[in-house]
Design a protein around this ligand. Structure first.
Ligand SMILES: Nc1ncnc2c1ncn2[C@@H]1O[C@H](COP(=O)(O)OP(=O)(O)OP(=O)(O)O)[C@@H](O)[C@H]1O
Ligand SMILES: [Mg+2]
Length: 367
């Protein structure tokens, strides 16, 4: 047996071909070898990894200690458990979220060394999160729709009564004094009415299904938004023109993308004033994607990326819910509507945001 790193390196060189992380450690946790995938995820050089101790890189290493001890004393030959890996342990101040991983610990035949495999759970976690979001959105949508219906009927009555009252008052000496009140009632009832109409809108119109080209959709939205913001805003196209057409409701999809691009433009106001606001429309093919609970062989991704301040942290988890807004005068319906339209196309919208870069991704399955 050789514990000389160079000897080990050639012995385990094949692990560098793997996409999953592999480390070879001594029972005391000291890392003797780490493959390329491990280095990449840890963002450390191999030298730094090889001098480190694996027990220090897990948020809670007790499981790993037990498993290594068990394997080393031949109690069992392999063990599996979940853990959290600290990335780049030398830069804790960066405050990175620990990475959820599944850990597999095995004996290396005939050597007092232990093989540790770490498989990222991120994919799984993300999928779980998306499924939860879809369920929640479905539930709130029902609630809002029912509520909107309940508001609609009495609203008509209130408005009508205010109008009758105005007619009765006309010509009397009370008119001058009270006319304004009836106007306020009618005006506010109209405002509520249009809010309710928007809440009910996505469920009202039947889909008009035609062949849709996603770039045609992007171009329409781009022209509309540039007409609204003629100066200070660049809308960059980064299209994968090999994307095929698909069946969908073109007008609805334009509405969905427009809502997202308009949000970006509104968030970019200060940069538009400064003249360096930028929105990128990027299209890409995605393979083997899971949307909700369904798996698709092929999908398209449309990214709407902006260099604005980012979605306010307080509402980041809730922006797709109705009536959640982070700006004055916003009704908080734009993204709800966009998400509903995406779902009616078996797709979904998600968002990654940090100051300086916000990326809304629309994923739609392709035939
Ligand atoms: N690109 C973005 N950058 C920063 N914040 C964003 C971005 N897109 C959305 N938001 C935030 O998400 C909130 C919700 O957006 P949404 O479109 O649903 O509603 P709204 O824009 O407030 O109102 P409405 O679209 O109904 O007029 C916005 O108010 C804004 O705070
Ligand atoms: Mg909006």
């Amino acid at each position: 047996m050789s514990t000389n790193p160079r000897g080990l390196e050639s012995q385990f060189a094949g692990f560098d071909l793997l996409a999953t992380m592999v480390a070879v450690i001594q029972p005391d946790g000291e890392c003797l070898f780490a493959n390329a995938a491990f280095e990449n995820v840890m963002r450390l050089s191999r030298r730094a990894v090889v001098h480190g101790n694996l027990y220090d890189w897990l948020v809670d290493a007790s499981h790993l200690r037990e498993a290594v001890a068990g394997v080393a004393r031949n109690a069992y030959s392999s063990s599996r458990f979940d853990a959290h890996l600290r990335r780049n342990p030398q830069h804790q101040q960066r405050n990175e979220e620990p990475l959820p991983v599944q850990v597999i610990v095995s004996q290396i035949e005939g050597q007092a060394l232990v093989l540790v495999e770490l498989i990222e759970n991120e994919q799984q976690m993300r999928q779980d999160r998306e499924e939860r979001t879809l369920d929640q959105v479905q539930a709130t949508k029902e609630l809002v729709r029912n509520l909107a219906h309940e508001i609609k009927n009495p609203l008509g009555g209130i408005r009508g009564a205010a109008q009758l009252l105005a007619m009765e008052l006309q010509g009397t000496e009370l008119w001058d004094e009270l006319a304004e009140y009836t106007q306020v009632i009618v005006h506010e009832a109209d405002r509520l009415q249009s809010l309710v109409d928007r809440l009910l809108a996505p469920h009202r119109r039947a889909q008009v299904v035609v062949d849709v080209n996603i770039h045609e959709v992007c171009e329409r939205v781009r022209a509309l938004v540039l007409a609204e913001f003629p100066r200070g805003l660049a809308i960059v196209r980064d299209y994968d023109t090999s994307l095929p057409d698909f069946r969908g409701d073109r007008e609805q999809l334009i509405q969905a993308v427009l809502n997202i691009v308009q949000n970006a433009a509104l968030a970019l106001q200060p940069r538009i004033a400064a003249g360096d606001a930028c929105i990128t429309l990027r299209t890409r093919v995605a393979r083997q994607v899971t949307i909700g609970k369904q798996r698709w062989r092929l999908a398209l991704e449309l990214h709407v990326e902006d260099n604005g301040p980012g979605v306010p942290a307080e509402i980041r988890d809730r922006i797709f819910f109705p009536l959640v807004s982070g700006r004055d005068g916003g009704s908080g319906l734009g993204l709800t509507l966009a998400q509903t339209i995406a779902q009616q196309h078996q797709g979904m919208i998600d968002c990654e945001s940090e100051p300086g870069r916000t990326d809304f991704r629309i994923t739609l399955p392709l035939p």
